[in-house]
Design a protein around this ligand. Structure first.
Ligand code: CP
Ligand code: NVA
Length: 311
């Protein structure tokens, strides 16, 4: 693993290693056991979009691993004034041991990795949110004991989170059903990549416009905001189109009785999900948010650690 840009780039073994390391790091933290495996390492964190969870979990994670992190808002660095991503990559590679970036264009993340000489982690683009989805799958595995053979239903916008869920489920053998309105489907090249991976893992991919069909007998139900960062001007139109895709008590009752409810957060209650579901007994949204920390620490250790198996 040189970078972490898309789940599709990882092997099944690498995903399992990340999950195993995440579980160990989580245990060490709960036991109060020091785990300074990135002592002296420095992570730069470029943000051209807002963040609560990603920023705090990477910053806290780096500190817990004995390293240091620098928050680089695009409002403050020259990237925001037109310095190229190529030059930014070359310069930052002279100072840092790794870069986490959250931005609009997925190509910028690929360029950062190509022109720099240090590991790059994708902290969300318009196309993908791979750190989120590894934490989601880790959460489901913790709760259900396994992944292979489970069914996950994603209801709503075919956005960055949905694209990464397609990748993640296909790799790990989770059957995935995605229900989106017409015109808001997942990215076509991502769907093709996921189909290739699903053929290897033996999982199924169902793409539909019917939320009731997608959610039927699901073990895990997932939704995300109808208005992602950068789509604010489309808000009124989107609220109308997505209304039939709200995950409410009636729709959720079609899933299995013990189905988990997941959401990457931030959530907008009474839009994509009702209070009864997100604050109900099946919701694991805060475990999911916590697991961002443990899983990203494992990813950083894999990419920036000097040793193969430190723990
Ligand atoms: N889920 C997620 O990435 O949250 P933030 O936008 O707060 O980082
Ligand atoms: N799809 C959302 C995810 C936020 C974590 C967005 O891109 O804004």
């Amino acid at each position: 693993m040189k970078h972490f840009i898309s789940i599709h780039d990882l092997s099944v073994d690498e995903i399992n290693e990340i999950f195993e390391l995440s579980a160990r790091l989580k245990k060490y933290l709960k036991e109060g056991k020091e785990h300074h495996y990135l002592k002296g390492k420095i992570l730069g964190m470029i943000f051209t979009k807002s963040s609560t969870r990603t920023r705090v979990s990477f910053e806290v994670g780096m500190y817990q691993l004995g390293g240091y992190s620098i928050f680089l808002s695009s409002n403050d660095i020259q990237l925001g004034r037109g310095e190229s991503i190529q030059d930014t990559a070359r310069v930052l590679s002279r100072y840092l041991d790794g870069i986490m970036i959250r931005t609009f264009s997925h190509k910028d993340v690929i360029d950062l990795a190509e022109y720099g000489s240090i590991p790059v982690i994708n902290g969300l683009t318009d196309l993908m949110h791979p750190c989120q989805v590894l934490a989601d799958l880790f959460t489901i595995k913790e709760m259900k004991g396994c992944l292979k053979g489970l069914k996950l239903a994603y209801i709503g916008d075919g956005n960055n989170v949905a694209n990464s869920l397609l990748h993640g489920c296909a790799k790990t053998g989770v059957d995935i059903s995605v229900a989106t309105p017409k015109g808001f489907e997942c990215d076509s090249p991502v769907i093709e990549e996921a189909k290739t991976d699903a053929a290897l893992s033996g999982s199924s991919i169902v793409l539909t416009n019917n939320p009731a069909e997608a959610i039927k007998d699901a073990d895990a139900v997932y939704t995300d905001t109808w208005v992602s960062m950068g789509q604010e001007s489309e808000k009124q139109e989107r609220l109308k189109v997505f209304k039939p895709y709200q995950v409410n008590e009636e729709l959720f009752s079609l899933a299995k009785k013990d189905a988990l409810f997941l959401h990457c957060l931030p959530a907008y209650r009474d839009y994509e999900v009702t209070e009864g579901v997100i604050d109900g007994p099946n919701s694991v949204v805060f475990d999911e948010a916590e697991n961002r920390l443990h899983v990203q620490k494992a990813i950083m250790l894999k990419l920036m650690g000097d040793f193969k198996d430190p723990v």
